[in-house]
Ligand binder design. Sequence first.
Ligand code: NAP
Length: 567
Amino acid sequence: MVVVRRRVQSAVTLICCPIMVDDPASAAADAREARDRGSDLVEFRIDGWYSGSDDLDQIPQLVRLLTDSPLPCIVTCRPVLEGGQYDGDDQARISMFERLCAATSAGEHAPTYIDVELATYTRSQNIKQKVNLAVDHPGQLRSVTTGLILSMHDFQSRPPDLFRSISLMTTEPACRVSKVAYRARSLRDNLELLDILLEAKAAGKPMIALGMGQFGMMSRVLSPKFDGFLTFASLRRSSATAPGQPTIDELLQLYRFRSIGPATRVYGVIGWPIEHSLSPLVHNAGFEAAGHDGVYLYLPIAAEYEHFKATVLSFVDHVGLDFCGASVTIPHKENLVRLARESYDEGDGRWSWDELSAVCGAANTLHITRDAKGRAVKIRAVNTDGPAAVGALRDALGGELRTVVILGAGGTARALAAALVQAGVRVRIANRTPERAVTLVTDLQSTLRVDDDRLSTVEYASLAAIGPDAVFNTTSVGMSTGPAPHDVPMPIEVLHALPRHTVVGESVYTPRITPFLQAAIEHPAGAMQTIDGSRLFVEQAAAQFELWTGGQAPRGLFARIASESAT
Ligand code: NAP
């Protein structure tokens, strides 16, 4: 009877840790670490180590590695042509598989799977017969437990013969699991990969479908939602075997991989670049704390409006994805309002936006409501940046918020100015480029129907005379990855000429104490009261969370994560 102890029988998506074998002893140690970190199986990538010659010593070493493996395993010897390191001939490689399976044929320590590329498999009838000898095959008398994974990879782009190849793999009787992995050209390629998983599920065929590169992470994380057979996750960033592969810790801790299922709602942060965003840390932890069945991803979309539009519309319209919301950041805040306006149809009222987004022409939040069939019935653009800053200022000053000076005239300045004016506060704008400040003031005066007394520009020399309750920085000056990380956004002597009780607010949150806040702390009369950028970040994120979940945001948790992450 076939021994099936190590055969993977699972309805859930497995985590497989790929291990590049340089020497079998350290590969075995890595396999133990993978098990300890939460992997379900390991893939021994022997292509850099296996010589392809008839080195008889290598097979016993490999058998020992499999015998000692603490987890079920895949053995892969990927040729150079498909992104691996093996440059020997196919015959030697397949003979190695055959010898390996024969040597472990008691079943207990056989590889659970061997991975052979579809191209190799179809190239030679001889190889086909040999592989079929080596793997679990109906009618075989030998007690082997090894299954065949047929795979195809494209590290450059989407393969043109994708569906023909999938059909060849899934109709091959010896193939137990089919695998496609290709470089995602944009986030939209993930939708195709996830649809491939759904189709395979409907046909009862185990399938792995993964995107490579920065755009492909989504298909890797969402595999369980679409019943993927497995997803790959490395032990460390440096040991990833494909571009864009997450680590086991990221999958399990950041994305809460084990809690993702068919009904999980999908959210994310849209921007370009986006990899430094704190939002996934905060929102995923919030979903966990609130028991909300959601996962929050990095969603990189190239800067041009056309990319933004095509991606957001395809996500909104995809019924199985359950895309329910996004944080939207630089450079797409204006694009979100533009898309909402272009998609607006008075007849169906599906698309809408809030008043602040309309006033400042920028929104940072997308909220999608779906019906029971998963169709998007309401799509709303909302601006939570402005109210977040007003709330933080009100908390700091109590009711005494009369005049605020805003430094900067970009998107954040516009949202803050509009929200403050709407809240009845007098606003003064100072900016490096004075013409931009004038444009902002003129636009908002006409939209909000207010005069110079309520909203105007100001020069640094007159700040002390105005006696503002607060000065709020909305420029990117002081941001560690920005254009002027060591500068302050206004002359320090002007700041120090303000009364000490003036509140100093900051929108930059990396680092937590910016040079501007440091200057406020060093006021000659004693430290001024400050609002750091993480406070604004927490408030705008909390408002998003409450829109999406309908529950109260865990602000304390958000604040702790933001302050631990901002160095
Ligand atoms: P934006 O539209 O690009 O505006 C940038 C502003 O910074 C402009 O006023 C620009 O002045 C000014 N600026 C840039 N470099 C400067 C320099 N070297 N010296 C003086 N002024 C300079 O950007 P935004 O969307 O408003 O975002 C601004 C900052 O707010 C970013 O750092 C962003 O991360 C942060 N933010 C934080 C939160 C949060 O949750 N904490 C939320 C939103 C935004 P010119 O007009 O002269 O070019």
